[in-house]
Structures are given as structure tokens and as C-alpha cells.
Design a protein around this ligand. Structure first.
Ligand code: 9MJ
Length: 674
């Protein structure tokens, strides 16, 4: 390549890369795969590093960040970056419109309206179309030079998209972080053991004011333009909305929700419309902004002290406020999880008075280090449960209050008095009360009665709620005491449905040990494990007496399951309930009295294929399982027998290939009879 060809290639690469940046980050419509983009980018990087004379200030290679600086240099704004006056109520917005109408002597005024982004204001200076400087707002008169950092924001053009750029254009707008990028950043911070950011705004500020722009480059910031500070050697269109359209043509990111509306009615309708979308928007906003659309009108209105008279920010109710932690309690959930609940001095936030906030678990308590007496920032966004965002460390009372630790403060469940445990590898502390704990009772009862457990048809959620709330049923054993006289007095319980339920309860007696063990709702013991346990131990008493080692000798039972089981039986409450269930004949142990008899088919794996002459597939499965065997769905080297009937499928061929013994029904029955 000649020098000219090289320069031309570099120019084309830049143009193409920036077009793809624009399509990806502004339009959200990428047209090439990431890998292709990376190739273009690397080619440009290579050409520039081999030919440093070709490097220009608008090169997209600058977007990966530059060497760190020791401080951010001050920048004096050519015209001050003023802030907006606020309106907090509809009346204040109406009063703003009235003042504008009077000053402009108009009956009705057109406004350009847009969301109020909750980020940081910056100015972008384009000299002859090239981004030469970016500065923070600072105190409005002097800000900080964050050019290297801003160049890493992919949606901000490094060169304006026009053949006739003005000599100078200073664009103003807001840098922010999308909610999704904020969540991602905090997840990464957590994984690295570094401090999390309290909200997207802080994260954006922290990222933008970095001395090392390579860090900013990793942070995924966004930008929306909302106005022009200075234009030299060019003419602005006559309205704010047209200015925004022009910026959009220059390929600056502008907000799609901007509109023009008429009068007080128009601005208030916009306030309500955006307010209803607030929680679904991809970034945080704290209100909407109304600007007199006519630039001439803006000039007539001018400024009062430090804010324009032609614009106002109509704020939404704050979603974050400060208050004091009065106590920390715990709540026991339906599955026994103990969740810390922070009791707060009442505070008005997100449109309601908040008195409680949750912290998910001990890890979160530790991370946020919330203590009684602390001043905290509370956040309530939309309808979600209020959360404690962070502690205000300067306001912690002296001497330091005690750290909150669930297991220390609540060694036993505040609802039922059973021990509280935190299993290895689990974030949650749990009440071990299981069936006995009223907080867990409804859930436990529903599980007990479910189809794959004791299969009590008709015992659903509404009925369980009533039975527990009226005190008729406390444990699953109480179900077997229910008769017509109790049931017919319940809501929506006619004689017929009461009779059906009584019959269903009767039918559930004498369940298999496997069903019964599953019905107990022992943590980590699902249907398959319950079957394995029943097959191995055969008697509930043998299971109950097993230690960790014995439990783990059951195929597929590991240390976590074994520990859940021993913990369950260590609770006397659970054993009492089981004894009562034994009394009503809820389940049947296996008939032979041996403790751990090895069954004929113990540990053997069967695969069924094709139709057997007399047994249904379920019957064959049940018989194999009753003799200690297992039925699996696919053939492998580990399969002991394939049982084949008429028209067997590919499993048959597979068995032949692998040399797995193949039985017909007669062969199976013979094996079962051994
Ligand atoms: C924000 N923060 O979203 C202005 N702003 O206009 C919008 N801020 C503003 N406009 C003039 N949308 C000064 C500040």
C-alpha cells in the first residue's frame, strides 16, 4: 500500500466503524456481527500503531481509553451551564405556564417536553465537526475536563455527521447509566469484592470522573443531548424541538420520548404519561422538563438569578429518602426462610409512607452493614418492596451499635421456637421447624396433600388457608381428624364437596413409604430421592435412625441431602407429627421386618421398550421398583436389563449394540419371582 492508499484505508475504516457504533449504540439496529466489527477495529488499531502520523482526535480507537491522568483539568464554560427551577405539584406547573403566558402575552404556549434524566450534565465541544472537549457541569461556571472519558461513550459521535460543520457547536446533555448496565456493574463489583454503587447516578458519576479512562471504557455509559450551549458560525432553527431534530441529524443521541404539547393541559398530560412509564424505562428519570418551544420566546423570558425563566423541571415523587432504623426483626416465610426486616422511622418515599424495608439475607446485611440506630437511604421504586440502599456512615450513632447477625439474634425461630440453621452454601437462614412451624404450615400442608405426595384431591390453597386460619388444622396429622361437621361450616363448602374431601382423605391412608417420605417436605428430598430412600430403608424407623454415613450409602444421596434428613428427624416436633400420622395409618412400611434387606433387584437398572403382553408399562415399573430395581428412560453401558415387548424402538437396537441383556415379559417375571 502506498502512503495515500493507507491514509484512505484508515479514513474508510473510521467511517465504517463509527457508522456501526451509531447503528449499535444509538439506533439499536446493528447490521454486522460483533466479530466483524472487532476485525475492522483491530485493523484500524494496527494501521494507526504502525503509522502514528495517521492518528486523529476523532479516531474510534480512542474509545478504549487512554493513559491515566493525575487530575482532571478545570474547564471554564463559555456560557454558564445553569440548572432548572423545580416544580413539585401540578399547581406549580400551572403557575409556571401562567407566568410564561403573561410574559409572552399569549393565550396558549407551545412547549417542548422531555424526560428529566437522572444523570450528570456535560457539555460537548465540536470544533469544525470534531469532538475536541467534554466537560462536566461542575458549579455551572467551571467544570472538569473529562474528554478522554467521554470519548469512550460509544453513542457520542467523535465527528458530527455533516458536510458543513459549524466552527463551534457546544452540545449539552446528560450522561447516565442504564439500569441494566448498573446491575451488571454492581454484580461485577460484588464478584471482585469491591464496593457497590448506591444507584445508577452515582455509578455514572464515579465512572465519568475517573482519572483512568480505560476504566470508564469498561463501564457502559449512555448519553442524551437536550440542548445547545453555544453555536458559532451557524444559525439555530427557530424552536427547541427543531434544534433537537437537528442534533439527531448530526447523529447525537436524543430521547425518543420528546414531544411538543400545548398549554398547561398538555404539560400535565405529558407528566402523567411519562410518570406511568417511569419504572419500565431503561434508565432512571426524576421528572419531566418543560421548555418554551420558541427560541425567541425563550430569549424574551430570559433568566432569573441562576435559572432560565423559560423552562422548569416538574419532579416525580422522590424514590430515595433518608430515615432512621428503629429495629431489625425477622420474618419467617412460607418455606422457612428468615428474612431480616428493617423497621424504619416512617418516611414518605416513592409516593407512600414506608415503615419497613427488607434485606434479603445475611450476606446483604453484612454487605450493607445496617445496624439499629443507623441513618439509611431507603428506596421505593414503583410497586416493589422498599429496600435499604445504603447506610449514611457519618450519621452512625456513637458508640457503634452492634452488628446484626440473624443466627446470633435468632438462634430459634421467632414463630415456632425451632432451631434456626444456615446450611453450607446457602445464603438464607432457615427455621428447621418444617411441618410444625405455623409460618410454614400452609405450604407444608399443600405439599403434603399434593398429587405426587399423599394425593388428597380437593385440599387446595383456599381450603388450606381456611383450615389453618380457623385453627382446625395445625399439622398434616390434623387432616385425618376432619369430619363432615367441621368441614360443612367452612366458607364455600357444600355438603357434597365436604363428603368428597372426607372420602379423598380416607383414600390417602396407607400410602407407600416413598409417597409419605416425599409428603413430609424434607428439604432437598424430592420425589426421586424419596423413592430411593424408601427402597433402601423400607421402614420409616430405619430411615429415622440412619446416621449421615448410612444415609450417604444410598445411591445418589450426598452430604447435603443427608444433612437435611438428619436435621428434619432431630426436631422432636416433626417426630411427634409423624407418630400421630402413624396412628392414623397414613403410610405402610414394607412387610419384611429386616432393617436393610438387600432386595433381589437392588441397584439394578432396567429400561422398558415396546408393549408387553400383559403388564402395562406402569405396572412393570412398579414391580421392578418394589424389588429394589430402578427404571430409566435410556440405554447406556450402565443399563443391566432391557425389557422388550412388541415393536420395540431404538432402545432395543442400542441394547444389542452395547451387549445389554434383553428380557421379554416372561424373563422379567421370572427375575421378579427369584
Ligand atoms: C435533564 N436533566 O434531563 C435540561 N435536562 O435544560 C433536560 N436538563 C436542561 N433539560 C436546560 N432534559 C438546562 C438543563
Amino acid at each position: 500500500m502506498t502512503a495515500d492508499q493507507m491514509a484512505e484505508r484508515v479514513r474508510r475504516l473510521r467511517e465504517e466503524i463509527e457508522l456501526h457504533n451509531y447503528r449499535y449504540y444509538v439506533l439499536d439496529e446493528p447490521s454486522i456481527p460483533d466479530a466483524e466489527f472487532d476485525r475492522l477495529f483491530r485493523e484500524l488499531q494496527q494501521l494507526e500503531s504502525q503509522n502514528p502520523e495517521l492518528l486523529t482526535p476523532d479516531s474510534p480507537t480512542l474509545r478504549v481509553g487512554a493513559r491515566p491522568v493525575s487530575e482532571l483539568a478545570p474547564v471554564t464554560h463559555r456560557t454558564p451551564m445553569l440548572s432548572l427551577n423545580n416544580a413539585f405539584a401540578a399547581e406549580e406547573a400551572e403557575a409556571f405556564d401562567r407566568r410564561v403566558r403573561e410574559a409572552l402575552q399569549l393565550d396558549s404556549v407551545e412547549y417542548a417536553v422531555e424526560p428529566k434524566f437522572d444523570g450528570l450534565a456535560i457539555s460537548l465541544s465540536y470544533h469544525n465537526g470534531i469532538l475536541v472537549q467534554a466537560a462536566t457541569r461542575g458549579d455551572g461556571y467551571t467544570g472538569e475536563d473529562v474528554s478522554a472519558n467521554v470519548k469512550t461513550i460509544r453513542s457520542i459521535p467523535l465527528r458530527l455527521h455533516t458536510d458543513k460543520p459549524p466552527h463551534l457547536l457546544e452540545v449539552r446533555g446528560e450522561v447516565l447509566m442504564l439500569k441494566a448496565d448498573f446491575e451488571r456493574l454492581n454484580r461485577l463489583q460484588r464478584e471482585k469484592g469491591e464496593k457497590e454503587f448506591a444507584n445508577p447516578r452515582n455509578a455514572a458519576a464515579g465512572s465519568l470522573r475517573q482519572l483512568d479512562s480505560r476504566i470508564t471504557a469498561e463501564r457502559r455509559l449512555s448519553f442524551f443531548a437536550y440542548g445547545v450551549g453555544v453555536l458559532e458560525d451557524g444559525e439555530l432553527p427557530p424552536t427547541h424541538s427543531a434544534v433537537m431534530d437537528w442534533l439527531e441529524h448530526l447523529r447525537l443521541p436524543v430521547c425518543e420520548q420528546r414531544q411538543t404539547v400545548q398549554g398547561a393541559e398538555g404539560i400535565l398530560a405529558y407528566y402523567r404519561a411519562i410518570g406511568s412509564q417511569r419504572d419500565r424505562m431503561p434508565y432512571e428519570i426524576d421528572g419531566v422538563v418543560y421548555k418554551v418551544n420558541s427560541l425567541q420566546g425563550q430569549e424574551t423570558l430570559g433568566f432569573v438569578s441562576r435559572a432560565p425563566r423559560f423552562a422548569v423541571a416538574h419532579k416525580f415523587p422522590a424514590q430515595e429518602e433518608m430515615t432512621v432504623v428503629e429495629a431489625i426483626d425477622v420474618q419467617v416465610g412460607r418455606t422457612g426462610t428468615l428474612t431480616p426486616v428493617v423497621r424504619l422511622k416512617p418516611v414518605f418515599v416513592g409516593g407512600v409512607t414506608v415503615t419497613n424495608a427488607t434485606l434479603h439475607n445475611q450476606d446483604e446485611v453484612d454487605r450493607k452493614d445496617v445496624r439499629v440506630g443507623d441513618t439509611v437511604i431507603v428506596r421505593r421504586a414503583g410497586d416493589v418492596i422498599p429496600e435499604v440502599v445504603s447506610v449514611v456512615p457519618e450519621r452512625r450513632p456513637k458508640p457503634d451499635p452492634q452488628r446484626f447477625n440473624i443466627l446470633e439474634q435468632y438462634p430459634v425461630c421467632p414463630v415456632c421456637g425451632s432451631r434456626v440453621v444456615r446450611l453450607q452454601g446457602e445464603a438464607a437462614a432457615r427455621c428447621s421447624g418444617g411441618l410444625y412451624c405455623p409460618a410454614q404450615r400452609k405450604q407444608a400442608l399443600l405439599h403434603f396433600a399434593s398429587r405426587r405426595a399423599m394425593d388428597i384431591e380437593g385440599l387446595g390453597e383456599k381450603l388450606v388457608d381456611q383450615l389453618v386460619d380457623t385453627g382446625l388444622v395445625k399439622t398434616p396429622a390434623d387432616i385425618y381428624r376432619l369430619g363432615m361437621s367441621e368441614l360443612v361450616n367452612l366458607d364455600r363448602m357444600a355438603e357434597k364437596s365436604a363428603a368428597n374431601l372426607v372420602a379423598a382423605i380416607e383414600r390417602s391412608r396407607g400410602a407407600t413409604l416413598a409417597r409419605f417420605v416425599f409428603a413430609l417436605g424434607i428439604r432437598n428430598v424430592g420425589e426421586a430421592t424419596a423413592k430411593d430412600l424408601a427402597r433402601y430403608f423400607r421402614h420409616l424407623d430405619a430411615l429415622k435412625a440412619a446416621d449421615l454415613a448410612q444415609l450417604q450409602s444410598v445411591p445418589e444421596v450426598g452430604p447435603i441431602v443427608a444433612e437435611s434428613i438428619t436435621r428434619f428427624f432431630a426436631e422432636t416436633h416433626n417426630c411427634e407429627v409423624i407418630e400421630r400420622l402413624r396412628g392414623v395409618g397414613a403410610w405402610k412400611d414394607a412387610e419384611s421386618g429386616e432393617a436393610f434387606p438387600l432386595l433381589a433387584l437392588g441397584g439394578k437398572t432396567f429400561v422398558l421398550t415396546g408393549a408387553l403382553p400383559s403388564l402395562t408399562r406402569d405396572e412393570a415399573k412398579e414391580r421392578i421398583e418394589a424389588r429394589g430395581g430402578k427404571v430409566s428412560g435410556s440405554v447406556s453401558k450402565k443399563t443391566d436389563y432391557v425389557v422388550a415387548g412388541a415393536d420395540p424402538g431404538s432402545k432395543f437396537t442400542k441394547a444389542q449394540e452395547l451387549g445389554v441383556p434383553i428380557l421379554d415379559e416372561t424373563g422379567l417375571l421370572a427375575l421378579l419371582a427369584e
